[in-house]
Design a protein around this ligand. Structure first.
Ligand code: 1GP
Length: 237
């Protein structure tokens, strides 16, 4: 983890809104998201991610709102400077070495001279919704509970990744499994994302995950999605 990301106190982040550059959001909604009390914005998605979509979101956020803004890299073509940090998924349950190792290797080859100037964090992704586009796009295999626990072990003890991300994108996940995974992790932070639409769901998953990520509901039920950031109001000092 780079120093600036530590300066952003990512280890303290509890709530993130993930904005999809392929979807449209009004200035009013974007302003409300930025001032909601969320800890950070992540720009990322799977389908139709274009340079102009990423540039547009970054331009509308930066300079206007002093909130950490991170690009979650999904294609090499849409990487642009100007973000506070870059998250790079490594898909642990992909059948293909490509999504665990090769695209990251290519990215490092291409951007190695610049990497020392930016903050970059590798995420151990475990995609747990077989209907999610990301699951199909990265040719994942559906893990059972013991598989997920073993991936979490590998994220922490083999790869020493700062983040293990239980990705249910589009579907509310299994809170008992999130709880079990959390019990296995000590240094690696647990991120949970998928299907959170209400403050109650946010609170439920936040009991176990270090940080929850709210994405799609920004575009489907905005007012409720905005409320999820209220988990930060209950933060103990
Ligand atoms: C997606 O984990 C995030 O990458 C959030 O999931 O879009 O289902 O909220 P949702």
């Amino acid at each position: 983890m780079g120093d600036a990301l530590l300066d952003m106190k990512i280890e303290d982040w509890k709530h993130i809104f993930k904005l999809d550059p392929a979807k449209s959001i009004s200035d009013e909604h974007l302003d409300l998201i930025c001032t909601s009390g969320t800890d950070a914005l992540v720009v990322g998605g799977t389908d139709n991610i274009t340079l102009s979509g990423v540039e547009d979101l970054l331009g509308r956020i930066k300079g206007k709102h002093p909130i950490p803004c991170v690009l979650e890299v999904s294609t090499m073509d849409s990487i642009i400077p100007g973000f506070d940090g870059y998250f790079v998924p490594m898909v642990l349950n992909s059948r293909d070495k490509k999504w665990m190792m090769d695209v990251q290797h290519q990215g490092i080859k291409q951007f190695q001279s610049l990497i020392k100037y930016v903050e970059i964090l590798f995420e151990g992704y475990c995609i747990l919704n077989k209907d999610a586009k990301a699951f199909q796009h990265t040719n994942c295999v559906m893990p059972d509970e013991e598989d997920v626990l073993a991936y979490a072990y590998m994220a922490e003890h083999v790869f020493h990744l700062p983040v293990f991300y239980m990705e249910y994108s589009g579907k509310y996940g299994d809170k008992e499994l999130v709880k079990r995974v959390k019990e296995e992790l000590t240094d690696t932070k647990l991120f949970y994302g998928g299907g959170i639409e209400t403050l109650e769901q946010a609170k439920e998953m936040k009991q176990y995950a270090d940080c929850i990520i709210v994405g799609n509901s920004i575009y489907t039920c905005f007012e409720q999605a905005l409320e999820t950031a209220k988990i930060n109001e209950e933060r103990t000092v």
